[in-house]
Design a protein around this ligand. Structure first.
Ligand SMILES: *Cc1c(COP(=O)(O)O)cnc(C)c1O
Length: 409
């Protein structure tokens, strides 16, 4: 398995499955291909199976608390004086983010495959926490790989995982963040046939981008029905933040055939446009292969995965889900970089106007909505509020102490 970006021209393995236009695929070693084929076969067997779905839906309802509501931000919309802003409240899922939608689905696949050893990577720790919790529920052994730098930034999530019985292993190479965590998880996966790899976003080689989209599509399916029911119409625009792209593809999937609904992905624009200052893979990246799939990727002068930065630990991945790369190519979705500052302003604005503290990741999507709402009078914007901001309170309060930002008056 390639763990550094390669120039795509060097790779001839394009006959593999799972392409979205020219992106995606399965650029892996024969050993890993065998394992992925097994996962793909199980996924195709069970994805529409009645018993599988009733088990999954029961977990969504009773463990996660679905369906999550749609909330109209009356105060925020009035303050901006333009479009009506609505939130899809994925922050209200058990554990505080959309991650569980996907983890529950994958854990049920692991169960069907008879695998009781679970591994996962995590960035901010949200996917690790969802995986640890679900493994505890199922009684499975769980190991989560996490960059050492992320472990420091998201200490609370490390503790939560350990409390639920997961082993957290520090990835100590390179930038010590999400890319390195994926490298380590893939190495562990390649070395142990008994493991099931619960991948946390709509990235990776086939079948993961499709599989993760499938399990996250519950967001879009619910959101479309709820929005229609509440407003008798569809939103003019749907906005979601994009790290790997799972919450975004989940909500987009519900509206992709509604050609009049604009789909916008908010990428982490960080502190500027130079390499190392952002993690906006579509806005600033180039086509390359990383972690077994082809997509837009942030690469350095040597053609390797470049350094990435974002205020939010859940968005700093140097590539992006291949379906998003394709949606960009065909013009069905548009992707915008949102700066740290815009995200922090949005974080406070939602907290102050609506009494909802958003995750810094989700604040990127919200920031885009806040930016364009004043020019969209009479229209509506649906924002995917992918997670709650409790996990970010420490970080924000430290930034206030360090005089990097100020609590608004
Ligand atoms: C992990 C995470 C993200 C980014 O992941 P995607 O796969 O891009 O959705 C966004 N928001 C929250 C709250 C997260 O935990």
């Amino acid at each position: 398995m390639s763990t550094t970006a390669q120039n795509t021209n060097n790779n001839t393995n394009e006959n593999s499955l799972g392409f979205f236009g020219k992106h995606g695929g399965q650029f892996v070693s024969p050993e890993i291909k065998e394992r992925l084929d097994e996962v793909a076969k199980c996924f195709l067997t069970y994805k529409d199976d009645k018993d599988f779905l009733s088990e999954l839906n029961a977990l969504y309802k009773h463990f996660s608390g679905r369906p999550t509501p749609i909330f109209y931000c009356e105060n925020l919309s009035k303050k901006l004086g333009g479009a009506d802003i609505y939130l899809k409240r994925e922050d209200l899922n058990h554990l505080g983010a959309h991650k569980l939608n996907n983890v529950l689905g994958q854990m049920l696949l692991a169960k069907r495959m008879g695998k009781t050893k679970i591994i996962a990577e995590t960035g901010a720790g949200q996917h690790g926490v969802a995986t640890a919790a679900t493994a505890a529920l199922f009684g499975y052994e769980c190991t989560v790989y996490m960059g050492e730098e992320d472990m420091r930034r998201q200490e609370l999530n490390v503790l939560r995982m350990r409390m639920m019985g997961a082993k957290v292993v520090a990835a100590k190479s390179g930038q010590k963040t999400l890319k390195e965590a994926v490298d380590e998880a893939l190495t562990a996966y390649a070395n142990d046939k008994d493991t099931f790899y619960v991948l946390g976003s709509a990235v990776g080689p086939y079948p993961y981008p499709e599989l993760v989209r499938h399990f996250q599509s519950i967001i879009g399916k619910e959101a479309r029905e709820q929005f229609l029911e509440q407003t008798n119409t569809l939103p003019n625009m749907v906005v979601a933040c994009v790290g790997g792209g799972s919450n975004a593809i989940g909500i987009f999937s519900g509206f992709i055939n509604d050609k009049d609904v604009a789909l916008i992905g908010a990428e982490p624009g960080g502190r500027g446009n130079n390499l190392g200052d952002h993690a906006a893979s579509i806005v600033h990246g180039q086509e390359a292969i990383l972690h077994g799939f082809k997509s837009y990727c942030i690469i350095d002068e040597k053609g390797e995965a470049g350094p990435v930065y974002s205020i939010s630990a859940g968005l700093d991945y140097p590539s992006v889900g291949p379906e998003h790369a394709h949606l960009k190519d065909i013009g069905r979705a548009d992707y915008k970089a949102i700066t740290d500052k815009e995200a922090v302003d949005a974080f406070f604005m939602l907290s102050r106007t609506q009494g909802i503290i958003p995750a810094l990741e989700s604040a990127h999507a919200l920031a885009y909505a806040i930016k364009v709402a004043p020019t969209m009078k009479g229209k509506s914007i649906l924002v995917c509020l992918s997670g709650r901001g409790d996990k970010d309170v420490d970080q924000i309060s430290q930034m206030i102490k360090d005089n990097l930002i100020q609590l608004p008056k």
